[in-house]
Design a protein around this ligand. Structure first.
Ligand SMILES: C[S@@+](CC[C@H](N)C(=O)[O-])C[C@H]1O[C@@H](n2cnc3c(N)ncnc32)[C@H](O)[C@@H]1O
Length: 228
């Protein structure tokens, strides 16, 4: 899908401000954008027929089962980075995960997530390459990040901090728009792999949106932490 068509579709489903987000959009502007959208976010995604929530949660689940074979799901600690209103948390709960932490830059989005009664912890902060002091190194067994590694939101510089939060041998699972991987994320992902920080366990095409005027596929990744 070309850039112009994509912007028009994003505007149609998620509003004019969303269609205009660029790498230069500030954190204050992102905060205001999601504060405004927080109450309507779930309806917007139902109209767009967003399709990655369940498959992405299942990717994390399958990887966790391989790594922590004997650990019951309710004892596995997961952080949902850029959790928003908790639509991924809903899927993780269905799979039996209950030790869930939601991190998001927007208080208003987290307020909506709280209403779903899925997460046990909430951290309102930006993931942007700076250390998050509320989170200890290796605090989590797994990390999931759905729909938040996109231009102007969570940038590739945040991968270092995302890895720090997860224990050695723990797993990270995230999706990235096919249109954005090479330009914004791939170099850092490769650099961290070359530095021995993580290893890619899988890269696969996942469903993204079912609405025909939005991208129907995205990349889904699973990485394992090597050294922390
Ligand atoms: C498209 S939504 C995805 C929400 C949820 N994961 C989902 O799949 O529905 C992007 C989320 O990332 C959050 N966000 C944007 N930039 C962020 C940052 N730098 N740090 C943490 N959260 C951020 C937004 O507030 C928003 O809730």
């Amino acid at each position: 899908m070309n850039e112009e068509k994509l912007k028009a579709s994003l505007t149609k489903y998620f509003g004019e401000t969303t269609g205009k987000v660029t790498q230069g959009t500030t954190e204050d502007e992102i905060n205001r954008l999601y504060a405004t959208r927080s109450r309507t976010y779930d309806q917007e995604h139902s109209a767009a027929r967003t399709a990655y929530f369940k498959p992405l949660a299942e990717c994390l689940h399958n990887a966790l089962k391989d790594v922590f074979q004997d650990k019951p799901n309710d004892q596995i600690k997961i952080i949902d980075a850029g959790a928003g209103t908790g639509l991924i948390g809903v899927e993780l709960k269905k799979l039996g995960y209950t030790d869930l932490c939601a991190l998001d830059i927007s208080n208003e989005m987290l307020d909506e997530a709280k209403k779903k009664e899925i997460y046990t912890e909430f951290i309102c902060t930006s993931l942007n390459g700076q250390p998050v002091p509320q989170i200890k190194s290796e605090q989590f067994d797994g990390l999931i990040c759905g729909g938040a590694l996109i231009t102007g939101r969570i940038e590739s510089s945040a991968f270092v901090e995302m890895i720090r939060m997860v224990r050695t041998d723990g797993v990270l699972c995230f999706n990235i728009m096919k249109e954005e991987l090479v330009e914004h994320y791939q170099d850092m992902m490769t650099e961290l792999e070359k530095a021995g920080k993580w290893i890619c366990l899988s890269k696969e095409t996942l469903p993204f949106y079912a609405a025909e005027d939005l991208p129907n596929e995205c990349w889904g990744f699973v990485y394992k932490v090597l050294k922390n």
